[in-house]
Design a protein around this ligand. Sequence first.
Ligand code: AFP
Length: 283
Amino acid sequence: MSGETVQEVFEAVCRVAPHISSGLLKRREYVGEENPSDEKQLEADVWANEFLKEEITSIKGVGQFASEEEKHVTECGDGVSVAIDPLDGSSNIPTNNLVGTIVGIYDEELPCKGRNLISAFYVVYGPLMTLVKAEGGQVNEYVIEKDRKDQVEIHLASEDIEISEPGVYGIGGNKNWTDEMREFESGISQELKLRYGGALVGDVNQVIHQGGLFSYPDRTDAPEGKLRLLFECNPIAYIVENAGGASTDTDRSIMDIEAEELHQRTPFFVGNEELVDRAEERF
Ligand code: AFP
């Protein structure tokens, strides 16, 4: 039963994604409000959230809906819990750099651990619109397109994706890194090519395809880092682990962190197991 719901959520997001992408053009201004994490909201953040919320909460097997853009969980029936980051990396919108959408589907009431995920996926609004989905131990990539009659088509592009050998890295928050982080990065930079775009979906997508490490660690001014456990870290860690990689907050897999608050943050490392292990040993 929950498998059908996962499929319906996946199809709903694929249906909406091209509209979100084309709607960004007119919604690049800040609205003067902040989200529950005290970040400035763009009109696009608010709009994409409403759009996705309407689609997802109308699916019969969805019991709870939560969003990075909303303070509280919305109860909408009996069934799985869906947590979304409607526009990840939205501060890239005014400059037309990469953004995405992240979705985690949990079989437990929110907030809960990443181990309760039954599926997770992210959309990359890049030169191609792609969606990378993990479910049942398998990671697949789809291309989302519109045909000439504006009908949305979903094409399976790659099946059973495994993280590649280490090639690239990206680490956020550099202005406020600890001294240990500076040392760690200096070692990594000798081995891997730096690629940092400021949108988790893009930075992790390249790590899955080219191997390596992504991190947004604790900062001297933010001991828990920046990224949100339920909306960003859990779904991404689930996808990377299902692709044969690993994740950590420096003590444990991201998926084993106890979730106490909906908008809780955590230091975050994902990528090839050997690199994630190295971070765990170092910090
Ligand atoms: P925005 O949605 O505010 O652009 O934040 C994006 C994000 O949560 C995540 O997608 C990035 O990995 C990270 O923040 C980038 O943060 P920096 O701007 O500090 O590099």
